[in-house]
Write a protein that binds this ligand. Sequence first.
Ligand code: MHO
Length: 193
Amino acid sequence: SKAPENTETATFGLGCFWGPDAAVGAIDGVIRTRVGYAGGTKPDPSYEVIGDHTEVVQVEYDPDQLWFEDLLEWAFSEHQPSRQPTKRQYQNIVFTETDDQYEQLQAFLDESEFDRERLETRFEELNEFYVAEDYHQKFQLRGKRWITDVFDEANYDAEAVRESPAAAKLNAHAAGYDVDVPFLQQPYDRQSR
Ligand code: MHO
């Protein structure tokens, strides 16, 4: 079957973006991933001149397979909500892009046991996502030349690799993720929500 055409995006700051890029790629229903910068005001940030932005991973997912709330569950398994790095580059941020995502976030926080007073995670509306340099995309996979060479031979350019659903899964696998990671063992019971 083909990659679904109706996808939604969700964006998270969870420290150095290489790790969450690979981790989220392993999740069933995650179609594409890309890393970038968001959450600040500096126009056209780069890795060297990041300004007040934060390293983020942008997830493109199939809303028929995965809910934003599932990604929230994942994001909260990936960081310490009671801590916040002082460096903005590595801060933990949950961005919302639609009213629906905002409502799912409120429901998630209400249902969770977090003491809102002690929650240091930033919650913001995404205004702009700046895609990061090619050498930061699918970073774990880039270390496996024997795999990336095959993409090159098939005439994939850097953008095509970044946007490839297969590359997202291979990147996760290259980072050591498999179907056996605990987060993925949790059954998704949509009906009970
Ligand atoms: N400089 C750190 C973090 C990189 S991440 C893209 C490292 O080399 O691991 O900020």
